[in-house]
Write a protein that binds this ligand. Structure first.
Ligand code: B4P
Length: 189
């Protein structure tokens, strides 16, 4: 199985590149951000709780996102592999993912980390906020909070994969196709 963690700060291009990678490699896209937004759209109890946190730019509790990932893995037993987009976002999530994959006799092949400056991230998110309808993309203070959450809680996840020799840094500034080519080169190496 080809299991890839696509990593990077908010607005790094994870969602954008995931769409291209799943087409190219025939993988399943698991985005915790999208799964949570689906729960919000369905006005479920989980969605209503998650919305309060997401609108403030803070992370949703680990057990909530781990549970969502577990049910998606169980629902796709014949998958060729998965792109994990926006997950894991804490080291506890990373350890839980390793355990879930171990139970299925598989593992993460690599973490591809999109590297983008904070100035560029804010620019991209505010631009998307103009027509995405996403409340978390419209307020510079919330964007700053999301980037702080990333620096404090998510950036350490890179070390988790560095220790396993699975970390690959990718320049996330450039055209979408240029970045996609860099990602493919790293995967195909
Ligand atoms: P996500 O949905 O994961 O939000 P994101 O990080 O903003 O998305 P992404 O990084 O994929 O955006 P993209 O670059 O594609 O999470 C939202 C919230 O959900 C979190 O704040 C948190 O509260 C919660 N959450 C999600 N997962 C969680 C977890 N595991 N644990 C706890 N909480 C969790 O796109 C950004 C913009 O840049 C787009 O407009 C795109 O068009 C543009 N862009 C992309 N590539 C570009 C390029 N090369 N050049 C210029 N623009 C580009």
């Amino acid at each position: 199985m080809l299991n890839i963690v696509l990593f990077g700060p908010p607005g790094a291009g994870k969602g954008t590149q995931s769409e291209k990678l799943i087409q190219h490699y025939g993988l399943i896209h698991l985005s915790t951000g999208d799964l949570l937004r689906n729960e919000i759209a369905g006005q479920t109890k989980l969605g209503l709780e998650a919305k309060k946190l997401m609108d403030q730019g803070v992370l949703v509790p680990d057990e909530v996102v781990i549970g969502m990932i577990e049910s998606k893995l169980d629902a796709n037993p014949t998958a060729k592999g998965f792109i994990f987009d926006g997950f894991p976002r804490t080291t506890a999530q990373a350890a839980a993912l390793d355990n879930l994959l171990l139970q299925k006799n598989t593992t993460i092949k690599m973490m591809l980390a999109l590297e983008v400056t904070e100035v560029e991230l804010s620019k991209r998110l505010l631009l998307r906020g103009k027509d995405s309808g996403r409340p978390d993309d419209q307020n510079p203070e919330v964007i700053k909070k999301r980037i702080n959450e990333y620096n404090n809680k998510t950036a350490p996840v890179a070390d988790y994969y560095r220790k396993q020799n699975k970390y690959y840094g990718i320049n996330g500034i450039g055209s979408i196709d240029e970045i996609f080519n860099l990602l493919c080169k790293a995967i195909d190496k």
